[in-house]
Design a protein around this ligand. Structure first.
Ligand SMILES: CC(=O)SCCNC(=O)CCNC(=O)[C@H](O)C(C)(C)COP(=O)(O)OP(=O)(O)OC[C@H]1O[C@@H](n2cnc3c(N)ncnc32)[C@H](O)[C@@H]1OP(=O)(O)O
Length: 413
């Protein structure tokens, strides 16, 4: 079977969408809305397809994304998405060929890193990606949360209001910009993200329920938080059993976070709040009278990174103390490997190739796991995935890369 792998042309888009839907087990429907959205949003030179006798059987695209790193700098990332190979053509190396083309192009463009959300854990490690953030979701038992509805209003003196999708589209982007400056692991929201997230733009094969949107404003009127949720309506024997399923909740202050969770836990008829995917060290349980009222439902890897330019990556973040480290980075794809000296401190860092002997040896995917501070180097060493070449180097790496809070990527892309 001869397969052609190439970038897509404008008239390939309907067939490409059909292949995407087939690969993601969605109904095989191509709507005019989705074609228009793809045309507007896609970078044609970064959208690949595999074609068998003219039929699209695999999809892959990447786009320019900003990733917030430790200290607040934004790095351009090659964000990979919409990866599918039709069940008729799997396990013949099609993904491997599309990935290789994309990563080489990203390297040539000068992107320091590539990012994706892995559908399944075993797919992307072989391409040099490693999990860089994790996520946890909780189910709150509202009756145990210890929040008296008479005192559930914002303690800060701020206020919470419902908002229409149009209002959210107007105020959301600026709030999100402030939020992601504070959140290593957060990513930019491209093109029509807000219109899609609020339901102003919908595709028939991806039905999404109407959501309630709420906004938190500080006493001075500053927008500091935004949440959206749907109610899963259920009554039994005349008793309400409803669940509020939170889809997203972002804030720029702990007061906004606390006010929004307490609001969600004080809606009449709602017995449970499903939090959606939060940072593993989210403050949420501690905003409740009884933290055990929040039970973990899911805990998993989330954002995966693939270093492409180690010196730029390491120089872009900040470090809590001054120290240096020589890293021997192995990369079997030949894109980012080498030996690098990191000279780091609270005010900035430099990183450059070196001939000094290595302190630590690690694969490029393990560097991804260390980069945003989610996992200490000593933990990976205990698993045999980082090797200490100089006694004491692990302790130095643990201290240098440590962050007060774990990174968090709230978005899927
Ligand atoms: C960023 C995103 O878009 S995430 C979404 C990913 N898409 C999906 O999960 C949709 C359903 N799955 C698929 O479409 C396909 O199975 C894909 C895209 C995951 C893999 O495509 P394929 O063309 O089959 O992958 P390819 O043949 O290049 O596989 C390369 C290697 O990865 C392995 N591999 C591929 N997919 C998987 C998987 N899901 N689980 C475990 N191993 C896998 C293969 O076995 C192969 O290993 P080998 O080199 O040791 O033989």
């Amino acid at each position: 079977m001869s397969l052609e792998i190439r970038t897509v042309h404008d008239d390939d888009i309907p067939g490409w969408i059909l292949a995407l839907s087939t690969g993601l087990l969605r109904p095989p429907v191509v709507s005019a809305e989705e074609i228009a959205h793809r045309r507007a949003d896609y970078e044609p030179t970064r959208t690949q397809g595999a074609f068998d006798r003219g039929r699209c059987v695999a999809t892959f695209r990447s786009f320019t994304q900003e990733l917030t790193v430790v200290g607040g700098a934004r790095l351009v990332s090659d964000a990979v998405s919409n990866v599918t190979v039709s069940p008729t053509h799997r396990r013949r190396g099609v993904l491997s060929r599309m990935m290789e083309r994309d990563l080489r192009a990203a390297k040539e463009r000068g992107d320091a890193v590539s990012s994706l959300i892995a559908a399944e854990y075993p797919i992307y490690g072989r391409f040099g990606y490693g999990p860089a953030t994790w996520t946890t979701s909780w189910r709150i038992d509202v009756r145990r949360a210890g929040i008296d509805p008479r005192h559930a209003g914002p303690e800060s003196g701020g206020r919470i209001d419902f908002a229409s999708p149009e209002e959210v589209c107007a105020l959301g982007p600026a709030l999100h910009d402030r939020f992601r400056a504070l959140t290593p692991g957060a990513v930019s929201r491209p093109g029509q993200w807000w219109e899609r997230a609020t339901g102003l733009v919908r595709f028939p094969n991806q039905p999404s329920p109407e959501r309630q949107h709420v906004v938190y404003r500080s006493p001075s009127g500053e927008v500091e938080g935004l949440a959206d949720y749907v109610i899963k309506d259920r009554w039994e024997a005349k008793q309400p059993q409803n669940t509020a399923q939170v889809h997203r909740l972002i804030t720029t202050t702990p007061a906004a976070e606390r006010a929004l969770w307490r609001f969600l836990c004080s809606i009449d008829w709602v017995l449970h709040v499903d939090t959606g995917r939060r940072a593993p060290d989210d403050l949420l349980p501690h905003h409740l009278g009884d933290p055990r009222a929040a039970a973990v439902q899911e805990h998993a890897d989330y954002l995966w990174l693939r270093p492409l330019d180690v010196p730029r990556l390491l120089a872009a973040r900040t470090y809590p103390v001054s120290d240096s480290l020589v890293l021997e980075v192995e990369d079997r794809a030949g894109l980012a490997g080498g030996r690098f000296l990191l000279d780091a401190g609270p005010d900035g860092a430099t990183c450059a190739p070196t001939t000094r002997s290595a302190d630590l040896t690690l694969d490029v995917g393990e560097l991804a796991t260390l980069y945003l501070g989610d996992t200490p180097a000593s933990r990976l060493a205990a698993l045999g995935r980082v090797h200490e070449e100089r006694p004491g180097a692990l302790r130095t790496a643990d201290t240098l890369l440590h962050t007060a809070r774990r990174p968090w990527c709230p978005d899927i892309f």
